[in-house]
Design a protein around this ligand. Structure first.
Ligand code: NAP
Length: 465
């Protein structure tokens, strides 16, 4: 894949970049390591000052970087500004809370006295240079949610961003440099995915985090496994959105629209499979379909557009294949199911709802990465839980019900990294984020996220004399 900015709203290639070569990769690896030796010794006050500064600069840059993101991957401009604001908030949050999240732990004397220690301390020390392989769908947020905790923990970062968002990738290195981070603390490597293996196998890289598709995750996790290096994997999702009979149907249907089409339908935690109790199935589908039909589709630079183009031509082709497979096997489109007629160029796709899904259709098991929902009718809570879990993925889930017994059942049985009741999944700096099953492992955000890339060190002291 060439490293280039190609506007998905027009298909026009705006700028191409040469990948850096072996000498430059070597220079940057050496810099990352030497920066780590320094950065690991800095105190939390210093790290916090730097990260607050980076967050302030990002807030100042909000309009410009939002336009860059929209140009590179097509998200509606209002959502791009919101993404930048969310990143600044998360940076401030880690700048404020990292010290407490990584505070020394002192096991109770009673628990450790038979170890012979006079004193035991558990300390979260940084792990080293962390390689981040990141996707284009939230080109700022995915990076910030790795970088903010990593830098606060005393690690240094190397970013291999998706090849279609090079300007955002370059902006991020520049942001941390302008904030005053010493050279090498955070670097962007303009490389294709073929260069990842060599970088990851380099002894100066301690660990890796990847957000992206399952095949990319499998590849990076196997190389890291071979090198016995820690990884965090944030992979795909096909989150269920369950609507039970007691739910507030108006609210559930309105939220379903947003939950499915946010980021033009290209979010790992977008609700993708809508599992609806038969008592409210018709009422829900009527409202959901009306909501999807009413969405303004168009140029993502326009303020009131809610659904822009898909980020890549290949992404739209993949989505079309999934929809066509379902339609050919007997599914029906309650709305959409094709490209919109009004656009001569750009990779647009109509907001779509498919009903009549059966287990043999690809879309039943694969992730639909675009504005395409599937709806299923279920008779009771057992069937709802069974269908919610009938997927290789387990990222998050959404459940709409006012019945406390049902709440308990979903809390216990849904196989996912999150269950959001009467709302839609959203990430938040203070809440752990990550998946189960093929959606990956490890957690980002919160105290769990910052501790993933720490060397949890036992400091055991015996009697001095
Ligand atoms: P992708 O194709 O897997 O790309 C993600 C990153 O991995 C890019 O930087 C890509 O580089 C790189 N890459 C691809 N194949 C690789 C390989 N074999 N070895 C090393 N690096 C490789 O995914 P995407 O299309 O950008 O993103 C969509 C996927 O990400 C969806 O499945 C979505 O659900 C998932 N996602 C998950 C989360 C989460 O938090 N769980 C969040 C967002 C997205 P190139 O661009 O150079 O190919």
């Amino acid at each position: 894949m060439p490293i280039a900015t190609v506007n998905p709203a027009t298909g026009e290639t705006l700028r191409t970049y040469d990948a850096i070569g072996a000498d430059e990769i070597e220079r940057r690896l050496a810099l990352a390591e030497s920066a780590f030796r320094e950065h690991r010794t800095t105190d939390f006050a210093t790290r916090s000052r730097l990260l607050h500064r980076a967050a302030d600069l990002l807030s100042e840059d909000q309009d410009d970087i939002a336009r860059t993101m929209t140009t590179e991957m097509g998200k509606p401009i209002a959502a791009a500004r919101a993404e930048a604001a969310k990143c600044a908030k998360a940076m401030h949050w880690y700048a404020e809370h990292a010290e407490a999240l990584l505070a020394d732990e002192h096991p109770a004397d009673a628990d450790v006295k038979d170890s012979g220690a006079t004193q035991v301390v558990v300390r979260y020390r940084p792990i080293g240079v962390v390689l981040a392989v990141m996707p284009w769908n939230f080109p700022l947020w995915q990076v910030v949610r790795f970088a903010a905790p990593a830098l606060m923990a005393g690690n240094t970062g190397l970013l291999k961003h998706a090849s279609n968002v090079p300007q955002t990738a370059i902006y991020l290195e520049d942001l941390f440099r302008r904030a005053g981070y010493p050279e090498g603390c955070f670097q962007t490597l303009l490389v294709g995915s073929g260069a990842v293996e060599g970088i990851l196998r380099d002894s100066r890289v301690a660990a890796a985090t990847l957000t992206g598709s399952e095949p990319a995750g499998r590849s990076v996790a196997s190389i890291a496994g071979d090198e016995v290096k820690k990884t965090v994997m944030e992979l795909g999702g096909s989150d269920p959105f369950v609507v039970m009979a007691s739910a507030d149907i108006e609210k559930a249907a309105a939220t379903a629209v947003t939950a499915r089409v946010q980021n033009n339908g290209q979010s790992c935690i977008a609700a993708k499979r809508f599992i609806v109790h038969s008592d409210v199935y018709d009422a829900f589908c009527e409202r959901f379909t009306a909501g999807m039909r009413a969405l303004p589709v168009g140029d993502p630079m326009e303020e009131d557009v809610k659904v822009g183009p898909l980020a890549t031509e290949q992404g739209r082709a993949d989505l079309e294949e999934l929809v066509d497979d379902a339609l050919n096997l007997g599914a029906t489109a309650l709305c959409g199911g094709r490209r919109p007629k009004d656009f001569d160029s750009g990779w647009y796709y109509e907001p779509t709802i498919l009903a009549g899904i059966t287990a043999g259709m690809r879309i039943h098991r694969e992730e639909a990465f675009g504005p395409v929902a599937t709806v299923y009718r279920v008779a009771d809570v057992d069937e709802a839980v069974g269908l919610a879990n009938d997927t290789p993925f387990g990222l998050s889930s959404n459940v709409w019900t006012r019945d406390t017994a049902e709440v308990g059942r979903f809390e216990r049985d849904i196989e996912a990294g999150g269950v959001f009741f009467n709302g839609m999944t959203a990430s938040h700096p203070a809440l752990p984020f990550g998946g189960a099953k093929r959606s990956g492992y490890g957690r980002e955000l919160s105290g769990h996220g910052i501790r993933e890339f720490c060397n949890i060190t036992t400091l055991w002291h015996g009697p001095a004399a």
